[in-house]
Design a protein around this ligand. Structure first.
Ligand code: DGY
Length: 462
């Protein structure tokens, strides 16, 4: 029997769906939220598919088919897939000047998003096998997934360090995280041409569709668009961009997802008897996990990211959820896990009533409502709870994993399918006794994560 909460989640995912015809081919895709994010976002859709596979496999496949429909020859897939003609979102399709790279006529942005594709497909494959269903649709995607991984390895880890380089905060999906502040502020606002400032002033729509208090400040938006403009001038040639960009960061969060994605791709290959390929992707995952462990700074009790723009290698420390991401790929050593567990359980840092705040409650950068500067995001919880679960011999990890499953599902179910949540109920002075969802409402991936938890961790939730 499907519960009322599941029905509500499925209904939202259905109503947040676009059906779009391009060059005679029909694509069906779920957009994040009707008010603002009206196109398809890469990492959101990977998550939608992970929740939908339990109920409507065809719709899960449709998410992936649509994402693969924009793949460039070099394997790249952009973080936004366009096609919906509404004008509710800025930047629009034309601004990117990427149409020339499309092989199907469907246009995507010129930036990446965290590489969740193989993770999503591995989950789909496991669910189908558990149900005794055919996996040939998954098989049909795999060559393009390999091409996608080849893009990341070839272009985003030119040093073969195991850590990926991002060229824009949007590539992390955590646009406004304080961990980008220093690198962004190195871009002097004076170098940004007036036409870009005007473009942002005249076209920015997120603050009209939502609350200013939730959204990134204007000075960051000018820089977001400045970087896009710069990359357009380099024809979206990643090598050329990496040579000149003021924003190049080796990032712990996306590198952890990369390691997990390679583990997932290795599992998909192994199940298909492709041992050579499986070994290759496993070795990539191991290389990244070792690099992540070595990013640990014992004094700071945190993993370092690196600003690698213009040949630099400057450590970036930040007290954000990204420090827990090496749990997700099982990179964290026992000693590191012990420190992370302490931080996760401390009610003054990350152990809030509705964990896990995107920034430590104690950090001077913590802002309860602003995008990636404090609010709790279900996607973060998903990464961390899966990570904790993987430390199967560690009782404390198992305990926290189960608590986090319950708290996350409970938060989404009782408050609703919001983009973000107030982590701090009962703790922050101004927010005592409030029970609030924040950001945009009717948000698709919160519904999909609820469905995923409900099915995958049924025994824990009941
Ligand atoms: C936005 O526009 O806020 C997005 O996060 C960029 O992907």
């Amino acid at each position: 029997m499907i519960s009322d909460d599941e029905l509500r989640a499925l209904k939202l995912l259905k109503s947040n769906t676009n059906v779009i015809k391009t060059n005679g081919k029909t694509y069906q895709r779920i957009f994040p939220t009707r008010k603002y994010y009206v196109h398809q976002w890469f990492w959101d859709s990977c998550i939608h598919a992970m929740g939908l596979i339990y109920y409507e496999p065809q719709r899960a496949y449709a998410e992936i088919i649509s994402l693969l429909g924009v793949q460039w020859k070099n394997g790249f897939i952009g973080h936004i897939t366009y096609g919906n003609k509404t004008n509710n979102y800025f930047p629009n399709e034309e601004l990117w000047e990427t149409k020339k790279f499309s092989q199907t006529g469907v246009v995507c942005s010129g930036l990446c998003n965290p590489p969740l594709l193989a993770i999503s497909l591995n989950h789909i494959d496991e669910v189908l096998r558990d149900k005794g269903e055919a996996t040939d649709t998954v098989d049909s995607f795999l060559d393009r997934v390999i091409l996608y991984h080849n893009y990341w390895k070839r272009f985003r880890d030119r040093e073969d360090s195991g850590l990926l380089t991002l060229i824009h905060p949007w590539e992390s999906g955590c646009d406004n995280s304080p961990r980008w502040d220093n690198v962004m502020e190195n871009i002097d606002l004076k170098v940004i041409p007036q036409r870009i400032i005007d473009l942002v002033k005249n076209n920015r729509k997120d603050t009209r569709a939502g609350t200013m208090a939730n959204r990134p400040l204007a000075e960051y938006y000018y820089r977001y668009l400045y970087l896009i403009d710069l990359y357009k001038q380099h024809q979206w040639d990643t090598d050329a961009i990496l040579d000149i960009t003021p924003f190049a960061v080796k990032d712990v969060q996306v590198s952890s997802i990369w390691a997990k994605a390679n583990q997932s791709l290795a599992a998909l290959m192994k199940r298909r008897g492709k041992i050579k390929e499986a070994d290759y992707f496993s070795s990539l995952a191991e290389q990244t996990n070792e690099a992540l462990r070595n990013c640990w700074d014992e004094k700071q009790k945190a993993y370092k990211n690196f600003d690698v723009s213009h040949g630099k290698k400057d450590a970036i420390y930040s007290d954000t959820f990204a420090n827990f991401m090496p749990l997700y790929s099982h990179a964290a050593s026992d000693g590191q896990v012990a420190v992370l567990l302490k931080q996760l359980s401390d009610s003054h840092t990350y152990g809030s009533k509705y964990p896990i705040p995107s920034v430590s409650l104690k950090s001077p950068f913590f802002e309860i409502a602003r995008y990636w500067r404090g609010p709790t995001w279900p996607i973060v919880n998903l990464f961390i709870l899966e990570g904790l679960k993987s430390y199967s011999d560690n009782e404390q990890c198992q305990k926290l994993f189960k608590e986090l499953v319950k708290k996350t599902a409970d938060m989404i179910r009782t408050i609703g399918f919001y983009e973000t949540y107030d982590p701090n109920i009962g703790l922050a002075d101004n927010y005592q006794n409030t029970l609030s969802g924040m950001g945009y409402e009717e948000f698709s991936w919160s519904a999909a994560i609820y469905l995923y938890l409900k099915n995958k961790y049924m025994e824990i939730m009941n």
